[in-house]
Ligand binder design. Structure first.
Ligand SMILES: Cc1ncc(COP(=O)(O)O)c(C=O)c1O
Length: 438
């Protein structure tokens, strides 16, 4: 409505309780390194790398400089039937970081676009292989694969689908791997649950091998509350995929770029998928960008399946955008120079001990930690799911700490530059809240 004078009214905020937020806004106005600054002038320790994305900390000078320079030199250039050097250079750098064989890179602008791109590439590759009846896409309960129609369909969160027609037909889901009865307070990978991968074999038996194109999983499910894969689970999925010619996609939008040590969870945990989706840490979140790494053999089969002309009818106006590619190159430089991919490995034990120090706290029913990620699961208040963790989120923010609340789980994923003293500060503040909040 013209003339409306509420300055917060027009922005329809994503995944937000808009009315509650606008009644009590929490604005961030600047950021540097490990800290945000709030509109009321407070320093907020970033326990979540923004949204799992500012892996090298905020406003890194090299990245700012690369973006600024590129904006003044080549603000935009198409990559449809034309090119410019930056995405070629970034693709080559990324290919070198991926597990062996995944050296063909498609650029997108977000994790959701990366997921939809990966699903489409899997379908196209099956068709190009002469397996055009393979159109079924398999996801997993509790999975988050972004908000495109493909992503919500293979995703396992009903709230993200319910209002939108239920998602694409022809999908199915593995059971999730969260098993508190057997695995609560596990250290590292939980011992129980590798057999849940056999759900894929059950779906093969149910639907027929010849109908299944691909299976997509987050190697570690992040958004749904830090679910670490049971020992042997990912390898078992790999084996079943190999046996049945199913394409295995790892959604590494959160886990790539050092979150669990190593450039990818795939390389860190020794299981190689056929396709990896990425986004978030790729540019340190300074410019939106996503990417999909594809096994060369799958790329080649698609490229060679047509005699000439366009091979894959897919892409985005901003695929390989100059500013994003420049930010990506600069971010990779920072990660490499500062050894940030190894940091989660180096600090992992300290981080895990700090997280598990909350075990004695009231209402804490599980703690999961790996690399530089932790999930602290709280018992829901009777009749008020998510209320307790939401109160933690608000109280932590008021107390100078940014955490993430997902359901009744608190998720932590600080920038990889975090120091031990800041880890102590984070868990110290959380310990106070565990004492205080009923
Ligand atoms: C595993 C995973 N896939 C996809 C996405 C979607 O990414 P985006 O919000 O950039 O579309 C996310 C976002 O959290 C994610 O965690």
């Amino acid at each position: 409505m013209k003339g409306e004078n509420d300055p917060l009214a027009s922005f329809w905020m994503p995944f937000t309780a808009n009315r509650a937020y606008k009644a009590q806004p929490r604005q961030l106005v600047s950021a540097s390194g490990m800290y945000y600054q709030s509109a009321d002038g407070r320093q907020i320790l970033d326990g979540t790398s923004g949204l799992w994305c500012s892996n090298a900390g905020h406003c890194r000078a090299e990245i700012v400089e690369a973006i600024t320079k590129t904006a003044a030199t080549l603000d935009y250039a198409p990559t449809f039937q034309l090119g410019h050097p930056l995405p070629f250079e970034l693709a080559q750098r990324l290919a070198a970081l991926m597990p062996d064989g995944l050296d063909r890179i498609f650029f997108t602008n977000s994790g959701s676009e990366s997921v939809d791109t990966a699903l489409k590439i899997a379908l196209a590759a099956q068709r190009a292989r002469g397996q055009g009846t393979r159109t079924r896409l398999i996801g997993r309960e509790r999975a988050y694969h972004g908000t495109g129609f493909g992503g919500i369909s293979v995703g396992g969160l009903v709230n993200n689908r319910r209002a939108f027609g239920g998602g694409l037909p022809g999908t199915d889901h593995l059971r999730h791997t969260h098993d508190r009865d057997r695995n609560a307070f596990s250290r590292g990978f939980p011992q129980h649950g590798a057999e849940l991968a056999d759900d894929l074999q059950r779906l093969v038996d149910l639907h027929g091998t010849e109908t299944i194109a691909a299976v997509i999983v987050e190697p570690m499910a992040g958004s749904t509350g830090v679910l670490i894969p049971p020992v042997g689970y990912l390898q078992r999925l790999r084996d079943i995929c190999d046996h049945h010619g199913i394409i295995l996609i790892f959604d590494e939008v959160i886990t790539a770029f050092g979150r669990v040590g190593g450039a990818t969870a795939a390389s860190e945990w020794g299981v190689t998928p056929d396709i990896i989706t990425m986004a978030k840490g790729l540019t340190n979140a300074a410019v939106p960008m996503g990417a999909v790494a594809v096994k060369r053999e799958l790329h080649d089969v698609v490229i060679e399946s047509v005699p000439g002309g366009i091979e894959l009818f897919h892409g985005y106006t901003y695929s390989g955008h100059p500013l994003a590619a420049a930010a990506g190159l600069a971010a990779l430089d920072v990660y490499e120079r500062e050894g940030l991919f190894e940091r989660a490995r180096e600090l992992g034990a300290y981080w895990e001990d700090a997280a598990h120090s909350l075990k004695v706290g009231r209402h804490v029913v599980d703690i999961r930690a790996i690399g530089l990620v932790a999930g602290i699961e709280l018992e829901p208040r009777p009749g008020a799911p998510a209320a307790r963790a939401t109160e933690f989120f608000h109280a932590a923010f008021d107390n100078g700490l940014l955490i993430r609340a997902t359901g009744d789980i608190i998720a932590l994923s600080p920038p990889l530059i975090v120091e031990k003293a800041q880890i102590d500060e984070m868990f110290g503040k959380l310990a106070e809240l565990v004492e205080r909040i009923d």
